[in-house]
Design a protein around this ligand. Structure first.
Ligand SMILES: Nc1ncnc2c1ncn2[C@@H]1O[C@H](COP(=O)(O)OP(=O)(O)OP(=O)(O)O)[C@@H](O)[C@H]1O
Length: 232
């Protein structure tokens, strides 16, 4: 489809090829995600979900097969183009935040824009403050990330992921270490942004209740897409 944000064509991943520890983790993955889709990625522990997410997020390369992002075959891109495509197209939200703990919430959200240098500097702080308002953290924007609760840190991570106005958000167990109420509100926030901006979301989760609230559930079992039976 022309408006697929990502398309994987026979993607395989082998860790440690040629070594005694060689492991084939993903086998012939064919997968598309349309613009604006909000999709859950589920599967048992060790089935390959994070590996798949890392490949889609251009953090790792497939051993074979093709990954198209916005119609571009990433196999033909050099490192600089990959970095640029990742920075401008993809936002990441992970279970353990990867915030800079000694920086404030505001500084964490400003960071991708400061690194990219694509935004005028006068706009960067305003944009970061606006995003923190949107995630309900305006009152704690000056607090250090390390002093914030898990739910607050995850909201900062969402604001930071949205800073560059990405077309795709990849979230790896974004609610994994949150209590039910915080998990619910973090999930609702992502859904709200999805409906507002039209960006696509691919969310790894073990929480079937949240997965059922997505547009579609993709199930990975033993490194293959298991269309027939969503794992429960
Ligand atoms: N860098 C690596 N080198 C070697 N093997 C790896 C590496 N990363 C992951 N694996 C292996 O690949 C398999 C899939 O791991 P992956 O983390 O993708 O699974 P997952 O479905 O995300 O699991 P979980 O739900 O527990 O996070 C596992 O057997 C894991 O041990």
């Amino acid at each position: 489809m022309a408006d697929d944000i990502i398309k994987l064509d026979k993607v395989c991943k082998v860790y440690n090829p040629g070594q005694p520890s060689e492991t084939e983790v993903l086998h012939d993955i064919d997968l598309s995600l349309a613009s604006g889709e909000f999709v859950a990625l589920i599967g048992p522990s060790g089935s390959g979900k994070s590996t798949l997410l890392n490949i889609i997020g251009l953090l790792d390369k497939p051993t074979s097969g093709r990954l198209m992002i916005k119609g571009q075959d990433t196999n033909f891109l050099g490192e600089a183009e990959i970095t640029r495509l990742r920075g401008h197209t993809i936002g990441f939200v992970f279970q353990y935040h990867y915030l800079i703990s000694a920086f404030t919430a505001l500084e964490n959200v400003m960071m991708p824009m400061l690194v990219d240098r694509g935004f005028p500097s006068a706009e960067i702080e305003k944009r970061a403050r606006d995003l923190l308002i949107r995630v309900g953290l305006e009152k704690v924007s000056g607090h250090l990330a390390m002093n914030m609760s898990g739910g607050q840190q995850q909201r900062v991570a969402i604001a930071r992921a949205l800073a560059m106005q990405p077309d795709l958000i990849l979230a790896d167990e974004p609610t994994g270490n949150l209590d039910t109420k915080s998990a619910d509100s973090v999930f609702a926030l992502m859904r709200e942004f999805n409906q507002e901006s039209g960006a696509s979301y691919l969310i790894v989760t073990h929480n079937m209740e949240l997965a059922r609230r997505c547009d579609r559930i993709i199930s990975v079992v033993d490194g293959r897409i298991d269309i027939g039976r969503p794992y429960a």
